[in-house]
Design a protein around this ligand. Structure first.
Ligand code: NAP
Length: 309
């Protein structure tokens, strides 16, 4: 493919406006030509009310980026793949594991690219952290992912509904980093999920995980954090300690800050997407979603105070 990949985007919410539009604009070989949104209108492109209308009116589209919440993504992604379009999925790639597996199978049949993006894996310090871990015997790991839902997710009622993931919406970012930096299978051993009395999804969760070598990993996710926010992964090895902070964008080793490149998660993901399409490949890693699904499968549910925004 020599001309630019013509992209349509579905779900013109916060992440589409803040990250996808500027990242596509920066990516050589990618061009945003259309948006499907029930409410919004993107400037400088053709706008449609939904994905069906966009696919019908835009036979020249090469790819579709899905930026709606996970509960409302499967049918749109299926229709785009069935129409022969390459598909970029925001994280988490779906509301269930099986629906994403169905998309993988359809992409194979249609001979198109499916990319399940995990933006936190592209954070600046993730690759150096993976390299540091690779040469070491790890003793234990601690994930602390605590943020103020009222600040970061105002008005996002979908997050509290069934399939909205609750605190796992940010928590799955930590699990996407964890599964990228640890070079062996990780399993969920136990989970406690605190669910507000008026919601269908947890506001806090504690997970106990283990690597195949039985290294313990504790994870604490909480949406009720006011004051300083924490997106940290601490790794204790036989010969030192690593701290990945700010969602994977800062690194310190034995307390000393390490130089890392500038943050550029979304441009790096669009570069990867264009390269996948050119190479005729897909990239769908379900491990973070499976760990969340397992927490819902075997976790203990604790009712807690109603959530009022
Ligand atoms: P958002 O601001 O609530 O926007 C989501 C958009 O999806 C809405 O503006 C709406 O777009 C569409 N939508 C909402 N409900 C829908 C429904 N019932 N049916 C069809 N479309 C619906 O949410 P967001 O923060 O952008 O998050 C969207 C996805 O991106 C989530 O999976 C989230 O995990 C991921 N993400 C978010 C962030 C972040 O910082 N916010 C960061 C990384 C990834 P229209 O009105 O245009 O139809």
């Amino acid at each position: 493919m020599s001309s630019a990949l013509k992209i349509g985007l579905v779900g013109f919410g916060k992440i589409a406006r803040d990250q996808h539009l500027p990242a596509i604009a920066r990516t050589e070989g990618a061009e945003l030509v259309a948006v499907a949104s029930r409410h919004g209108e993107a400037p400088g492109v053709r706008n449609y009310k939904d994905v069906e209308a966009m696919l019908a009116a835009e036979p020249g589209l090469d790819a579709v980026a899905m930026c709606q919440p996970p509960q409302f993504r499967y049918e749109a992604a299926r229709d785009a793949l069935a129409a022969g379009k390459h598909v970029f999925l925001e994280k988490p790639p779906g509301a269930t594991v099986a629906e994403v597996e169905a998309l993988i199978a359809l992409a194979q049949v249609k001979g198109v690219t499916l990319f399940a993006s995990w933006h936190s894996r592209y954070a600046a310090a993730v690759a150096p952290a993976r390299d540091w871990i690779a040469g070491r015997a790890i003793r234990k790991m601690q994930i602390t992912w605590k943020e103020d839902v009222r600040h970061w997710h105002p008005g996002q009622t979908w997050i509290w509904q069934a399939g909205g993931f609750g605190v796992f919406d940010p928590g799955i970012n930590a699990l996407s980093i964890l599964t990228a930096i640890v070079g062996e299978p990780i399993r969920l051993c136990a989970a406690e999920l605190e669910v507000p009395a008026n919601c269908q999804a947890p506001i806090a969760a504690q997970l106990a995980l283990k690597t195949a070598a039985e290294v313990p990993i504790a994870a604490e996710f909480d949406f009720r954090q006011t004051g300083p926010q924490s997106w940290d992964i601490r790794v204790e090895a036989d010969d030192g300690e690593l701290l990945l902070s700010e969602g994977g964008n800062k690194l310190s080793i034995d307390g000393a800050a390490q130089p890392v490149p500038a943050e550029c998660e979304y441009p790096a993901m669009y570069r990867h997407f264009v390269d996948l399409v050119r190479a005729g490949r897909s990239d769908v890693d379900l491990r973070p979603l499976r760990l969340v699904a397992d927490a819902f499968l075997c976790g203990r549910f604790q009712p807690t105070d109603p959530f009022v925004e």
